[in-house]
Ligand binder design. Structure first.
Ligand SMILES: *Cc1c(COP(=O)(O)O)cnc(C)c1O
Length: 395
């Protein structure tokens, strides 16, 4: 019998929606011109990019000139951070959080090496930064703030609007403005993003997290915010992201955002239902299992659960043998057995942090998926625990 496959790792990446594939196909075989070429083939490609840019802009309540297509979410974050600081030209102080994705965290670590000062804000037990801590962190020479919209390991949504408002007030009293970037890779296509309402200067997204293709990111840069290129070449994307545009992926990105946005409420309802069923099923049946970051407002698709006295990695492998795909912490952190930097920041007990698993849902998951997990998981957990001396001693 063919083994059932259940994909519960949608925060790492998602399947490309059939509607998106359909839309993209034309741009490999038919409309393959270089968008910079003046001939018919090029003009057709250019029109497709212009239309996609307009679509993404509209969905974010931005203008087309404010939308930059990049190579991925990581690149969007890097252009935001280094592009802004390069344009600013002076060294200064940066504020970010301890729970950022490595795209931001490691960028900030690099900034420290080259002479910037960085404050890493902590979070509460639910994974949320405090507005008060943010206010206290602002210094005379603060230049830049980068705080993610929702965390990729526990889903906690950060108070971006409130912080943007605070920053607006702070900026009114200063000569040099402090700029605000948010990594919205985990919320794009899941929450209705409105850059004006959020009040940010820059916002990063990545299509493969909302059923679009891999290798295409978006960076919103508010009109009037100056950034310098960090790579050099042609005039593409206003000279800020040189290199021949990836027409098919740009079209796919816009289409994916469009269909995700149109289905936000339905998807959310469906996914929340599945998540609650899985959470309830696990917590009722498996002892010493706790949900991480469940107390605060969080995106509906992430369920992070700690199974005490088990290694998350071992659990992941056992689930994989049963055809179930999950993750421990973030995909980038797996392979190392360091406890997740996010769970440590939330002061999750180290024993619990070691045994944490992230189940992340997507629009194609079904109730049968959850039932299958609930069928096999309890036995895997008890088998693994039976090999743990600490667990056996407790019994
Ligand atoms: C996945 C992810 C990224 C990186 O996006 P890529 O397109 O894979 O480079 C950045 N930030 C967050 C929060 C993510 O979840």
């Amino acid at each position: 019998m063919k083994q059932r496959k259940v994909y519960l790792d949608n925060s790492s990446t998602t399947a490309v929606a059939p509607e998106v594939i359909k839309e993209m196909r034309t741009y490999f075989r038919d409309i393959y011109g270089n968008p910079s070429s003046f001939h018919f083939f090029g003009r057709q490609a250019k029109t497709a990019i212009d239309n996609s840019r307009a679509k993404v802009a509209e969905l974010l309540n931005a203008s087309p000139e404010e939308i930059l297509f990049t190579g991925c979410g990581t690149e969007s974050d890097n252009i935001a951070i280094f592009g802004l600081l390069n344009a600013y030209g002076k060294k200064g102080h940066i504020i970010t959080t301890r729970i950022e994705h490595h795209a931001v965290l490691y960028s900030c670590k690099h900034l420290e090496k080259i002479g910037y000062e960085v404050t890493y804000l902590g979070v509460d037990k639910d994974g949320v930064v405090s507005v008060e801590d943010f206010r206290k962190a602002v210094k005379e020479d603060t230049v830049f703030v980068s705080i993610m919209h929702a965390n990729n390991e526990v889903g906690a949504i950060q108070p971006i609007e409130i912080i943007a408002n605070e920053l607006k007030k702070i900026n009114e009293t200063r000569k040099s403005k402090i700029y605000f970037h948010t990594d919205a890779v985990q919320t794009a296509g899941k929450l209705r993003l409105d850059v004006k309402k959020l009040g940010v200067d820059m916002l990063a997204m990545s299509a493969h997290k909302f059923n679009g293709p891999k290798g295409i990111g978006v960076l919103y840069v508010k009109k009037g915010v100056k950034i310098s290129p960090i790579t050099f070449g042609g005039h593409h994307e206003n000279g800020l992201r040189p290199g021949t545009e990836n027409t098919a992926s740009i079209v796919g990105c816009a289409k994916a955002l469009e269909i995700s946005n149109a289905a936000i409420e339905n998807n959310e309802k469906h996914i929340l239902c599945l998540k609650e069923k899985l959470k309830k099923g696990i917590l009722e049946v498996i002892p010493e299992a706790t949900a991480n970051g469940s107390g605060a407002r969080a995106v509906s698709n992430i369920l992070n659960i700690s199974f005490n006295y088990i290694e998350g990695e071992a659990l992941l492998l056992m689930l994989d043998m049963k055809g179930i795909a999950v993750s421990t912490g973030s995909a980038c952190a797996s392979g190392s057995s360091e406890p997740s930097h996010v769970l440590s920041s939330m002061r999750v007990d180290p024993v619990a942090a070691q045994g944490a698993i992230r189940f992340s849902f997507g629009r194609y998951n079904t109730e049968e998926d959850v039932e299958y997990v609930l069928k096999v998981l309890p036995k895997i957990v008890s088998d693994l625990r039976s090999m743990s001396p600490v667990w056996n001693q407790k019994r």
